[in-house]
Design a protein around this ligand. Structure first.
Ligand SMILES: [Zn+2]
Length: 327
């Protein structure tokens, strides 16, 4: 038999999902759901109290496009499995982010790797980055940082899309604090977390080389302090994500792009390269990188359960429906 998807990860036993094939009412809203409620972000039926819960090292916001269909988003997985740390917003109801506290994961000309972001800040002597990451540019991953004189696809020359309208919406959103937990589905493979070529799928790729000038003992004790407390992802098709990205509340944020990873997303096919990650994959890989950079050198599967539902669904598709359709 073929290998299972993500078989090397530390993911809780998924047999409980086999037993939860029938729909159950959501304990919060009462709507009929399978596995979990994608509106309330809670497990339903047999799964209540029996799914793994993941504690994240950083707060995560996911911004969804309003036209995405409910129930199809893998962003929901993050909100269900890491409910304390993940908030999903439906555009244009998004917060006013503080550039000093928030980074955006979004590929493109101005995006850099997380390691490069840290090194740049360290070089500039800003904030609280530890000096042990003052590595030279030769150590930095070869991801170019271009200025935006290339007026290409994601250009942010037009950051004022409907600003007055958005302010109005934003104000109304602020009166409804529960909007932070609203979400809508997503349905296709046009994920924007791509942009990077891929040649392997693994949990490695950590920048061990980056600190190679430091003694081992120091490496394990001294980690850089992140200069942000929240990371934002955009969950939508590529075309839709550009609309969101061009919102002035996001254009000023520091941008990070992910390393090379190959998606296991069951809707990833057609003309899209297999490096177009689903949202839950993007969140997962970012957190793995974050962990190695800021928490401890060795990643030991702390966030693997974020892929609890995703892995189950991938394997179900892979072994029961070769056409890749997930009902
Ligand atoms: Zn519900």
């Amino acid at each position: 038999m073929e290998n299972q998807v993500f078989s090397d990860l530390k993911i809780e036993n998924m047999h409980i999902l086999d037993a939860a094939e029938t729909r159950s009412p959501c304990p919060k809203c009462g709507r009929s759901r399978k596995y979990f409620c994608y509106t309330c972000f809670v497990a339903v039926g047999l799964l209540q109290g029996r799914i793994p819960l993941v504690k994240l090292p950083i707060k995560v916001d996911i911004i969804k496009h309003p036209n995405e269909r409910d129930g199809k988003s893998t962003a929901c997985h993050a909100a269900v499995l890491a409910n304390d740390d993940v908030t999903i917003y439906t555009f244009p109801c998004i917060p006013e982010y503080d550039r000093n506290e928030v980074i955006l994961v979004f590929p493109g000309e101005d995006a850099v790797s997380l390691e490069t972001l840290i090194q740049d800040q360290s070089t500039c002597g800003t904030e609280n980055v530890n000096s042990d990451l003052n590595s030279t540019s030769e150590d930095a991953p070869k991801i170019a940082v271009h200025k935006k004189d290339d007026s290409t696809n994601n250009s942010i020359e037009h950051p004022s899309i409907g600003s007055s309208e958005e302010n109005r919406v934003s104000d109304s959103c602020s009166r409804n604090t529960d909007v932070r937990k609203r979400k809508h589905g997503l349905d296709n493979a046009d994920r924007q977390y791509s942009s990077i070529e891929s040649d392997e799928l693994d949990r490695d790729g950590a920048p061990e080389e980056r600190v190679n000038a430091e003694p081992v003992a120091k490496k394990t004790k001294t980690k850089p302090m992140p200069t942000f407390s929240k990371v934002v992802f955009i969950d939508s098709t590529w075309k839709q994500s550009k609309t969101i990205f061009q919102d002035e509340r996001l254009t000023d944020l520091r941008r990070v792009e992910l390393k090379r990873h190959k998606t296991n997303f069951w809707r990833s096919q057609d003309s899209r390269p297999d490096t177009y990650l689903s949202t839950i994959e993007a969140v997962y890989y970012f957190l793995c990188d974050y962990h190695r950079l800021f928490v401890e050198e060795e990643y030991d599967g702390q966030y693997d359960n974020l892929l609890f539902f995703f892995t189950y669904m991938c394997n179900k598709i892979k072994f029961s429906n070769p056409k890749g359709k997930f009902k």
